[in-house]
Structures are given as C-alpha cells and as structure tokens.
Design a protein around this ligand. Structure first.
Ligand SMILES: C[S@@+](CC[C@H](N)C(=O)[O-])C[C@H]1O[C@@H](n2cnc3c(N)ncnc32)[C@H](O)[C@@H]1O
Length: 291
C-alpha cells in the first residue's frame, strides 16, 4: 500500500508529501478537502471529524490517480471536471479555457452598469465554456444573449453548461473573424457586446506555467505575435454597427496592448472609453460606448 493506513488522515499526509514542491500547504489542504468530500460525499464540517474514516481499495486508487495527475501539472479544475465562476458551477474539460478571476471582474463591471435595465440584448464573442454569457444571464434578468464560438470541443462543453443551467443563451457556431456571420445579427440591435478573445502572444509562451501550456487549448489562448490585436480590430469593426446608440462594448485584454485597443476604439468613434485594472493591478478591461 502507498499509504500507512487506509484512512483519511493518511491520505492528507500522502497529498502533503507528494505535492509540497508544487503547491503551498494551504493549497494542498483545500485540494485534499475537496477531493475527500466529493469522493466520500462528506460536507466540509463532516470532513473535520473524518480523519479515522476508513477508505476502500478503490478510494485509495482514486486518490492516488489524482495526485498523479496533479504531479503531471494537470489543472485541478480539469481533474474535477468543473469550476465555480461568478457563483455558478460550470463544466470544464481540456477543450475549453478554465474561466479566470479577471473575467469574473469583467462580468461584475458589466452587471453593475446594467443591473437596473431589463430586456437587454447581449453578445458574448468567443464564448468558450460560456462563462460570461451564463453569468450575465443570471445577473441581468430577461436578457437575450447570443454566444459566438468556433471550436467544436468548446461548443460541446458550452452545450453541457447550457443544459445544466437550463439556459436560453443562443449559440452561433462561427469564426468571429469572418464578416459573413456578423451579417446574421441585425444592425443597431445590441445593448452590450462583450469579448474575452485569445490575447496571449505566441512569443509569451516561454513565460507561461506548464499547467496552462500543456493542458489548456492553444486556440483559446494564443494570437499571432505578428498581429496581437487581430481579434479586437475585427470584433470592433463588425460589432459597432450591431450596437444600439448608447450600447457598450467590453473587452478583457492583454495589458501590453491596451493602448492599441484604445486607439482602435477611438478610430471607430466610440466614446467614454474606460480602461480598468484587475485585482493584480494590471490594465485588463476596456469599455467603449457607441454615441
Ligand atoms: C480566451 S478564450 C475565452 C473563453 C471564455 N469566454 C472565457 O472568458 O473563459 C477565447 C475563446 O475564443 C475562441 N476562439 C478562438 N478563435 C476564434 C474564432 N476565430 N472565432 C470564434 N471563436 C474563437 C476559443 O475557442 C476560446 O473559446
């Protein structure tokens, strides 16, 4: 046996010993608690008293496989198959980007600005798991949301989330860089266009963590270093005519290219352009309004 005893206490020690090079002690405590509670169906308070709880052979193999996957730098969210985003549980799997806290900040910004409004029309461009669309659907009552996404893997996960959340978000499977799909959206119809497009430069790969690089989809992360603002330019070019007067376009962005995207918004005659920092103090979110 790879643990001294077949009980929860030994599993805690096993996780700590095997993962201490990769995670802090407090991170390991959270990880092991999550795994044990899910596997054994315990509440967090039951868990506090579960040290002597005996484990079956299959439980032990399950915990060992989790440690193995974490040691291989697989993101914990993929191992669990889900994550929490803006208070909602979403399915995630390797075909889709794991939603990030910065994106929750973008959702919060939008929901604060529009919470008094009803019957909003919203587009979430490059939707991935659908995290932005589904969170806005819950936060902004009666809104009509269209999500755009090209990746078949991402769309399959989006559809699982849509079913689990009983959502009415409409999906347009399309390449957002292709103008013909935008022509399906009526002009002057949208209150909000929001996008978190791929924005990591291919040349930034060297600075990235192994767990992101090896497991998360490159189509969701990277844009060519030759044209870092490609998605922003095309989305602005196509989306502005879709906005109502007074409608707003929001982006999450690479702090290195905030200035370029501001210029793109100015060239498109957007007004009230506002740049916001994320909690890491990085220029991360941008809003422009159609006059
Ligand atoms: C940075 S991820 C964002 C996903 C999700 N909105 C989020 O915030 O977690 C970018 C998404 O854009 C999609 N994507 C990449 N190129 C695209 C294209 N040309 N047309 C439509 N979607 C695209 C990727 O598959 C990925 O799901």
């Amino acid at each position: 046996m790879f643990v001294q005893r077949n009980d929860v206490r030994s599993i805690k020690t096993y996780f700590q010993d095997r993962l201490k090079e990769q995670f802090s002690t407090s991170e390991i405590k959270l990880i092991v608690r999550e795994c044990v509670c899910r596997r054994l169906g315990l509440s967090f308070s039951d868990y506090l008293l579960a040290d002597n709880h005996l484990l079956s052979e299959s439980d032990l193999l399950y915990f060992r496989s989790i440690v193995k996957r974490l040691s291989a730098h697989e993101p914990f969210q993929y191992i669990l198959g889900e994550t929490l985003f803006a208070g909602i549980e979403l399915v995630v799997a390797p075909g889709v980007l794991i939603p990030r806290p910065e994106t929750e900040e973008l959702v919060e910004w939008i929901s604060q600005e529009f919470r008094e409004k009803k019957n909003l029309s919203i587009m979430d461009v490059c939707t991935g798991s659908g995290c932005i669309a589904f969170a806005l659907e819950q936060l902004l009552a009666d809104s009509h949301i269209t999500s755009m996404e090209v990746s078949t893997e991402a769309i399959s996960i989006f559809n699982q989330n849509k079913a689990l959340l009983r959502s009415s978000v409409h999906l347009l499977q399309c390449d957002v860089l292709d103008k013909k799909y935008w022509e399906l959206i009526p002009n002057d119809s949208q209150d909000i266009v929001v996008s978190n497009p791929p924005y990591v430069l291919e040349k930034e790969q060297g600075d990235m963590n192994q767990n992101v690089l090896a497991y998360e989809p490159h189509i969701a992360l990277f844009v060519s270093s030759e044209d870092p603002v490609l998605f922003y330019r095309e989305i602005i070019r196509n989306a502005v005519s879709k906005l109502k007067r007074g409608g707003k376009i929001y982006f999450e962005l690479n702090p290195l290219y905030a200035t370029e995207v501001i210029y793109l918004m100015k060239d498109a005659d957007l007004v009230n352009i506002t740049l916001r920092k994320d909690l890491q103090d990085k220029d991360r979110m941008l809003m422009g309004q159609k006059p």
